[in-house]
Ligand binder design. Structure first.
Ligand code: UDX
Length: 457
């Protein structure tokens, strides 16, 4: 192996595309692989098919420097690479089981290993159940002509969509699960820029590294569901959950991150990781230890039906035949991803109840149209709200926080809004004649105490 190993990145989703471009930007020669020939052609032309700030520039730089290119050929990848990063998806299984579907990681090993004729390191980055690395390592050495000279390590990735480049180049921490000093040394070379910058490195066994990712995501999900459960108590107690979240977050032991109440979590990771963690714990005989995660999941899904109930309430009991404006389709702001999007889920349920739903999102309209062709779409918040009987704010894009109650009220049929992300000032909207509803925010008659708390803070 050379001083600077040549890298392959297998799978060019959010994770792989970002990892490949970032490694090339650090001077490594990188070959990205995907089985989707159309995507590979687009990437080789510098056309990044996802919305990820800064990524397209990095891909273009990598291509023009000659350090980055993409292929569909496993033979070429096996021949090229000293270190092979596995970045394919591990979605939830579709057969009713809550565990992770490992078919893509298995296919990746099966495609790569027969071409491995010299010593190399396979590094899993995909999120997998504890114990997967050991099984894949056996599979790889059995299939590879180089046999035991093929090593396998696990290096979970914690990048957030919308911050992928920054999280890859400068993560909070690096975790590598290895079985040899050699594998550690290789990964220290790959991550030299991060280590020089003082980013902490945890060198662990493989199961600890595998668990680091699902445990982190399960904790974040638990924090969100905790504050959302508290929002429901606030509703009954006429308390204000947004003020309460600030009070809790000011405690350094708790911290304010991931304590933002609202419609709850979605996306390609948190929901399925919570379920896969629970499923794997059950297989290992530790299911009881994590049974609270079932509640975390239920609280989260309950936010979606709760939002539908609020919409029906402000619409006078039924949304059937009513024009409903949904602001937001992405699972979170800064992303065009609609996988398990709470916003789109609520829009679909309302459509199912007979509402005429029009959706606006600053980035995710194209993806939303593909998965929910039955809904109507508009190119601006004002256009989506025109003629609406109810407006729902469901993804916390900054532009929605700047909406003007008079401007929006001038185009809607009725001034009724459900704020699913606590972005609007209830007093200002109510003063403009709007019926403003949000779970965990006191109704006007009860709001004196919480506005006093806000004023004195
Ligand atoms: C997550 C993890 O943060 C990341 O480390 C991992 O690698 C992949 O999964 P991501 O899916 O990009 O990243 O989204 P994230 O920013 O974590 O948000 C997840 C969901 O939680 C979103 O739907 C977001 O709207 C919601 N959320 C987040 C809240 O409802 N409240 C909060 O306080 C924070």
């Amino acid at each position: 192996m050379t001083d600077r190993p040549r890298l392959t990145v297998l799978g060019t989703g959010y994770l792989g595309m970002t990892h490949a471009a970032c490694m090339a930007s650090e001077g490594f020669e990188v070959l990205g692989l995907d089985i989707d020939a159309e995507k590979v052609a687009r990437l080789n032309a510098g056309d990044v098919p996802i919305f990820e700030p800064g990524l397209e520039e990095l891909v273009k730089d990598g291509l023009s420097s000659g350090r980055l290119r993409f292929t569909t050929s496993y033979e070429e990848a096996a021949e090229f690479g000293d270190v092979h990063f596995v970045c394919v998806g591990t979605p939830q299984r579709r057969d009713g089981h809550d565990g992770a579907d490992l078919s893509q990681v298995e296919a990746c090993i099966d495609g790569l290993a027969p071409g491995l004729t010299r010593p190399c390191l396979i590094v899993g980055k995909s999120t997998v159940p504890a114990g997967t690395a050991a099984v894949l390592a056996e599979r790889a050495t059995a299939l590879a002509p180089a046999g035991d000279a093929v090593e396998l390590a696990w290096n979970p990735e914690f990048l957030r969509e919308g911050h992928g480049v920054q999280d890859t180049l400068s993560p909070d921490r690096l975790v590598i699960g290895v079985t040899s000093a050699h594998a550690e040394e290789v990964l220290r070379t790959v991550y030299a820029p991060q280590l020089e910058a003082g980013i902490p490195l945890f060198v662990t066994d493989r199961p600890t590294a595998e668990l680091a990712k699902v445990a982190a995501n399960a904790f974040l999900a638990t924090k969100i569901s905790f504050i959302n459960a508290v929002a429901e108590v606030c509703d009954k107690a006429s308390a204000d959950v947004t003020v309460l979240a600030q009070v809790l977050g000011a405690d350094a032991r708790i911290g304010s991150a991931f304590l933002q109440p609202g419609l709850g979590f979605g996306g390609g990771c948190l929901p399925k990781d919570v379920r896969a963690f629970l499923a794997r714990a059950g297989e290992l005989g530790a299911g009881d230890a994590l049974k609270f995660l079932r509640e975390v999941d239920a609280i989260n899904l309950g936010r979606r039906t709760g939002m539908v109930d609020l919409a029906r309430e402000v619409a006078g009991g039924s949304v059937s035949g009513k024009a409903v404006c949904v602001l937001g389709a992405a699972f979170k702001p800064g992303s065009d991803d609609v996988r398990d999007s709470p916003a789109l889920d609520v829009a679909k349920i309302l459509h199912g109840y007979g509402a005429e739903v029009t959706v606006y999102d600053p980035q995710a309209l194209a993806n939303a149209r593909k998965v929910c062709p039955e809904l109507s779409y508009a190119d601006s918040a004002i256009a989506a709200a025109t003629g609406a009987d109810v407006v729902l704010l469901l993804t916390d894009w900054p532009e929605f926080g700047k909406l003007d109650p008079e401007e929006l009220g001038a185009v809607t049929s009725t001034r009724a809004i459900v704020d699913g992300r606590y972005m609007l000032d209830p007093a200002a909207w109510r003063a403009a004649g709007w019926v403003y509803r949000a779970s965990g925010i006191p109704a006007p008659a009860d709001s004196q105490s919480s506005s006093m708390a806000k004023q004195s803070s």
